[in-house]
Design a protein around this ligand. Structure first.
Ligand code: ATP
Length: 360
């Protein structure tokens, strides 16, 4: 299914939340498509939880409008909305079995006993919890990962139009988190439910999402598919948030040329030609670690500079190097293990087309 053509299920128009004079969410506009895995990502304090709480109905917007399938829902209480929230702190009923927890939403709706049980068994199977082992188990006897799965099974039992997730995996260890991320995406694909997920981990967002919105200080900095954001980050904030990158402070001198302000040193370099860039304009130049390479003697590149290799880190099939350009100015280089070098002095090169000029 091509999700990029699906219709919006939730529209967020000019939503703002003020706490006194403080603006936590600032005039935010976006929409979520029906059946989409949409993620809100941003550093701590950027307004993710406040925004999510407004989408769910737990917080009232100071201004703006929320529309679900075209109908305004601002005034609709959370329990009257066809949406469901999966929390970081799992709100399972400790005195109930796994099966009864999952059946709870159906119980409220008056679904009859045998249908409830059948559906609970199906949902547990979907969540990789063998129903014959887990149905009668008490939730307090389940591990953190299992409880997370039970919570998701229970959320799905509500059969909501949209499932909202507030950092549900943040308390789970790194290895299990990776497994659950993939499972969550599989489940989203299988159920075709709309998922709206909040995390501060862009890596998590990139693995699971159809589209990602990056928040900074209550505003959306960039919104798009993980591919698009990776290939064309809007500015240095987004690029840096995306993971380990090299961001060089540059000042344009003439078309296609700049000086790199490398810790009090000014190094002339070649940059992509940008007609909008006036001489004297300060920018950041993005170069990914994998776009940098050590040049063999006589090999040419768009830019080449002598460096000192100060450290190497083995990352499975790849090796990361930290190299010093001038004292106080280091770059990160990533190469395949086959290209490992033992040199301490090297010439580092990159192609002009592998660098991108970004707003600071
Ligand atoms: P984190 O990743 O740390 O959970 P977040 O991106 O979810 O952060 P929010 O919890 O939405 O951020 O908070 C955004 C800003 O709004 C913060 O500066 C926070 O202190 C402030 N804030 C949140 N709730 C309230 C409140 N009830 N009263 C006053 N300020 C608040």
């Amino acid at each position: 299914m091509d999700i990029s053509t699906a219709l919006p299920i939730l529209e967020v128009k000019g939503i703002t939340k003020r706490f006194g004079k403080f603006v936590a969410v600032d005039n935010v506009d976006f929409f979520i498509r029906d059946g989409e895995f949409f993620t809100l990502v941003g550093p701590s304090g950027s307004g993710k939880t406040t925004l999510l709480r407004m989408l769910v109905g737990m917080e009232k917007p100071s201004s703006g409008e929320l529309k679900l399938r075209g109908n305004r829902i601002n005034e609709l209480a959370p329990n009257k909305r066809p949406t469901c929230m999966v929390f970081q702190s799992l709100a399972l009923f400790p005195h109930m079995t796994v099966g009864k927890n999952v059946e709870f939403p159906m119980n409220i709706r008056g679904v009859k006993d045998s249908d409830r049980r059948t559906r609970a068994m199906e949902l547990l199977t979907l969540l990789h919890l063998n129903p014959y082992r887990y149905y009668d188990k008490n939730v307090t006897q389940c591990s953190g990962g299992e409880r997370q799965r039970v919570a998701l099974a229970r959320a799905l039992a509500y059969d909501p139009d949209i499932l909202f997730f507030d950092e549900p995996l943040s308390a789970i260890d790194a290895q299990l988190r990776k497994v659950l991320q993939k499972e969550l995406k599989d489940i989203q694909r299988q159920t075709r439910k709309t998922f709206c997920y909040v995390t501060h981990s862009l890596e998590e967002a990139m693995v699971m999402s159809d589209r990602v919105a990056i928040l900074r200080a209550g505003a959306i900095e960039q919104i798009g598919t993980p591919d698009k954001i990776y290939a064309s980050p809007k500015n240095a904030f987004v690029a840096e948030f995306m993971g380990e990158v090299n961001l060089l402070s540059i000042v344009a001198t003439e078309p296609g040329k700049a000086t790199w302000e490398a810790n009090l040193n000014r190094l002339p370099i070649h940059i992509p030609v940008d007609p909008t860039l006036e001489s004297g304009a300060a920018r950041k130049l993005l170069i990914r670690p994998e776009s940098l390479r050590f040049l063999a003697s006589g090999e040419v590149a768009g830019n080449s500079i002598p460096v000192r290799i100060i450290n190497e880190f083995l990352l499975g099939s790849r090796i990361q190097y930290h190299v010093e350009v001038v004292p106080g100015c280091n770059l990160t280089v990533e190469r395949l293990r086959e290209e490992r070098t033992t040199a301490t002095e090297a010439t580092l090169g990159w192609e002009i087309t592998d660098s991108q000029i970004l707003e600071s």
